[in-house]
Design a binder for this molecule. Sequence first.
Ligand code: HEM
Length: 421
Amino acid sequence: MQAPTLAELRMIRTFATTMYAEKAKRRYAAWVQGDPLARAGLAPWHENPYPMYEQVRARGALSKTRVPGVRVSMDHDLCAAVLKSRDFGSVGREAPGRESGEIDLSLLDMNPPDHTRVRRVAAPAFTPRRMAAYETSIEKTVHQLLDDAERQGSFDLQRALSAPLPITVISELLGVPDADSDTFLRYGTALGSALDGIQSMRHARRAYEAKYALERMFGRLIEERRTDPRDDMITLLSQQEGQAIKASEMLPLCQLLLVAGFETTVNLIGNAVHQLLRHPDQWELLVADPEGRAPGVVEETLRFEAPVQFTSRVAMNDTEIHGHEVPKDRWVLIGLGGTGRDPKTFARPHEFDITRTDNADHLAFSSGIHYCVGAPLARLEAQVALRLLAERMPRLHLTGDVPIRRSVTIRGVQRLPVAAA
Ligand code: HEM
């Protein structure tokens, strides 16, 4: 493992100290000032942040936060308008408050015209034709994982199914050989968890080590595919290197495709099964018609328990949104998870109902130019997993407490203890 340089170590330290200070401030705001937004990601409120979101909503469609210059919204229509507006952009790596060495989030950090150019390179990997081709291989992977789980009888569904499925699928899709998939898993997890905020010096160091290891691995694979092309995404991307995409943009894009599929699809599957087993009538509906009902479960989970709860945008110039003035450089924190519970958009918002038809407009995959490019793949993986789970384990039930992850941005379970019969 290549050790970080002195400059990098300094950066890691600044990063971690800032995080400690930020954490202390958040705790003070949560416990002493009763700030609902600060409470949402902290214990005990993290178990159910939705009442906190309702308090934020009650303050207005766009309200101030304790951080100067940052506003927040849980209003579905206002958030959709911000995400689609050309007056708002991605916060970007050059934004004040972000460290220059912070992990490059590729497309997510980019604005037009660069964003448009790089997005055109990535999008062909997710066409309906390609999705149809992946389906059989996803089914095969789910069957293998469920074979192992069945042998155990009682198991943690996150470890047995939700976590390994997206990793296997994205490795195959990118074209990472088996020999490298261990590195991939270890470092992808470290990098994925860093996106949720660096928690300590050790964590920062792990994330940076992961960044270097993945860069080396992708660097080597890109090099190999140039001379030995295959039918995979790295080949597809490397063929456009130097034309549509700059060499320096390749690695961040590969890393984004990896981590974007890591921390999200895992939680979509976990949150779906968790809610279904908490609402046995809904599980029975799925069991009665797995193929017909699986898509409805996926959409309702995205509305009800969005795996990504927040994103943000910055005003590119003085602007106005739904009658609220937003000066240039002010941030808007977009409560994707809260918008799914907006009573103006969704009837009975706090009810998990897989038969509802008014949930197509959820913002779990964002909206506008950054709309999740991997959405068709995430939907497909989750639908296949839920369908086969209901077909093969119709008597699936919870066998213990389900701890929720302590996180502001990611909504998911730490473990999902279940038994097949
Ligand atoms: C349930 C699973 C997923 C959820 C909830 C999710 C959510 C999101 C959200 C909210 C954004 C936009 C953030 C913003 O507007 O600031 C996004 C963007 C993105 N997602 Fe996903 N995602 C999921 C799965 C995936 C998968 C499987 C992949 C790829 C393998 C992927 C790749 C991307 C990429 C590349 C972007 C950046 C698009 C752009 O900036 O133009 N996502 N995702």
